[in-house]
Write a protein that binds this ligand. Sequence first.
Ligand code: ZN
Ligand code: ZN
Length: 338
Amino acid sequence: MKSLRMRRNRELYFLGLPDPPDPGPDEVLVRMKYASICGFDMMMLNGKAAYPKNGVLGHEGSGIIEAVGKRVSPAEFKPGDRVAINPYTFCGQCDACRSNQPNFCINPGGRSDLMTEYISIDAKQAFLLPTEVSLPAGSLIEPLMMAMHAISKARLDWGKNLIILGGGAMGQIILKLARQYPLGKIVVVEPVAAKREMAKRFGADVVLDPSGCNLVTEALLLNGGMGYDAVIEASGSRGSAQTALNIVARGGSVVYFGLYGMDFNLEVNLFNLYWKDATISCVCVPSGYFPSAIAMAGRLRLEEVVTGLFPFSQGIQAFAEKASGVHAKVMLQFDKEG
Ligand SMILES: [Zn+2]
Ligand SMILES: [Zn+2]
């Protein structure tokens, strides 16, 4: 079997591996069906994030159970079951874990080798997909879980206005999720026309092209100069991160969802923030949201954010396509049959 990997010089290649391993007693063997490319995979590839052990790639994926370990109850999993994989694990022993806050585990672990044809994984990391959630959507449960965390930090409520900066895969998933709330206006800011069109289809009331305009002025004009109750920065652009602070309303909330690099310092005018009584927050991995993300996925048709679907054998081209910036989500499909 094959695994898509990255060399130390950040070049992609296919590694040949022995036949699928038998699952350990508490594991399930998953035949991967879909794995999607995340912005974080791109950061590793561009040298902006640390080189992963063994050059593995992929933490968003879904597949079919092929075999189950001796101690896994048949009531839990059986061959043929469709599952999404939660790549994150926590130790269960540290103070955070024992205070029901596994997100803050001091000894977290996980799998990020999902761009591999078969993987044996702890049964606790596999989650059955209900019939209304497709396998491609199953590989987007991890990003959906992140989006849910962003929305909870944005403290949305009846009639509030939301602006999403960035219409990439994450901006679109956040939009789909936000549309489940009875909000006032939702504005999406995105320079690529096709992604603005996508945002329109997914329910944005207004889409804005930030190129060639003064975004702060335009965004404020759309909203009577009052600013937005929630600003979710999902573009990962440093300029946009700065803009976000200037368009938040009094009492509002700015959520930084993007990754801006380890050397980026945001300039914050604290008087401005004080006067606005606004809140700034960030979003790190909330692995405890996985089951609720699956529950939500049934009504979101997440597969619609996929703009590039490539056979696994063309994984290297898929990464090049993703780098072009025109896509929302790029996904790899393993075997076509079965
Ligand atoms: Zn991801
Ligand atoms: Zn822990």
